[in-house]
Ligand binder design. Structure first.
Ligand code: NAP
Length: 338
């Protein structure tokens, strides 16, 4: 009989519900056996939909349940560090949505604990590694056919943000995807960075900076600019161009039928991240389950990758208003992640 990985999910909000459906309906070799959420009713509703166990708001109890072999953390950012540490205390596999923690110091705790255990148990939800567009860009860059990568121009545009959104989250929650994917595409670490506030958009009325521009320099001297708009009023639009010595590679737009009418050629732009990266999330979780089954540990984005993105985010947020590039300083990479 096929082995089925039994998963518990913490956080039954937007992505928690989506991952629950995905694991139950789409991912082979895994199922969700229990859910929990800060608000017990949210867990109860999701559990009732699939006929699985609700731990209500007893997230810690769910982590300890002997039936739960792996924990998926989809609660809000400030809770990630604690739940990852509690999952590691049980020496269970842990898939934690981005960001790994609120800051680099908390990621260091996780790295230290994984080293004590002596194997990787954590994977971070940087699903862009599994997006076909980014994967093909990386393949071309790594092949060397275009020479060395020199620059990246990227943008991350979102329709709107929930209440409580703050300027710092434009980096630590939103652009964290670019902080991860740019170092992955280039196979390089960051040397310095700064955030600039530019002319502000009238689309944001809730007191946070919008847009912001993130500027980075890598160890090899490549330069990166990322436009971060968290309220753009038109769509969820992710773009990335890597400029190499002998050519460029561009992230493709998602599949869309081109319509010709009224003397216009057009195609729709998605508005929801769940739709934009739906295939990447499916591949990500399918790959995660398969590698746990085959290798006993994950091989996707690691706690080290989560840490690297948080070090950059911390530095960028410290640079705001200084008008200076600040050094991005990381600890030495432990052998576990080499
Ligand atoms: P969300 O809709 O607000 O869902 C978060 C859920 O966690 C809510 O039900 C929330 O309850 C619950 N929660 C709050 N505090 C908790 C606690 N202490 N313990 C357990 N549950 C708690 O947010 P979301 O959009 O799903 O995002 C969840 C996480 O996934 C975030 O960290 C986000 O960065 C990440 N994410 C990643 C991607 C990606 O592309 N990889 C996309 C979206 C989100 P309340 O409603 O009562 O607060």
């Amino acid at each position: 009989m096929e082995k089925v990985l039994k998963i518990g999910i913490i956080g039954c909000g937007a992505i928690g519900k989506d991952h629950c459906r995905r694991i139950i309906e789409t991912v082979p070799g895994a199922t969700v056996v229990a859910v929990s959420d800060y608000v017990a009713a949210a867990a109860d509703d999701t559990a009732a939909k699939y006929g699985i166990k609700s731990y209500g708001n007893d997230c810690d109890g769910m982590i300890k349940d002997p039936e739960v072999e792996a924990v998926v953390i989809t609660s809000i950012d400030p809770t990630h560090h604690d739940y990852v540490m509690k999952t590691l205390a049980e020496e269970k596999w842990c898939f934690c949505e981005k960001p790994l923690s609120q800051n680099a110091a908390d990621c260091e705790d996780i790295i230290k604990r994984e080293q004590e255990i002596g194997k990787r148990l954590v994977q971070v939800g940087f699903m862009r590694h599994y997006d076909r567009g980014y994967a093909e860009m990386k393949r071309i860059i790594d092949s060397g056919e275009l020479g060395a990568p020199l620059m990246i121009h990227a943008c991350h545009r979102n329709v709107s943000q929930p209440d409580g959104f703050q300027t710092e989250m434009g980096v630590s929650n939103v652009a964290i995807h670019e902080l991860d994917i740019c170092r992955w595409l280039l196979g390089d670490e960051y040397k310095s960075g700064q955030v600039l506030k530019v002319r502000q958009s009238a689309c944001s009325t809730k007191g946070y900076d919008n847009p912001q521009i993130v500027l980075l320099e890598t160890q090899s001297g490549a330069r990166i600019d990322v436009e971060v708009q968290v309220a753009d009023a038109y769509g969820y639009d992710i773009q990335c161009q890597v400029v190499c010595e002998k050519g460029t590679v561009n992230l493709p737009d998602p599949y869309a039928v081109v319509k010709r009418s009224n003397a216009t050629r057009s195609f729709p732009i998605l508005t929801d991240w769940k739709d934009r990266f739906i295939e990447a999330y499916d591949i990500e979780l399918t790959h995660w389950v398969k590698t746990l089954e085959e290798k006993g540990e994950p091989d996707g984005p690691s706690a080290w990758d989560g840490y690297a993105a948080c070090v950059a985010a911390d530095t960028l947020n410290r640079s705001r208003g200084t008008n200076q590039f600040l050094p991005i300083e990381m600890m030495d990479k432990p052998a576990l992640y080499k």
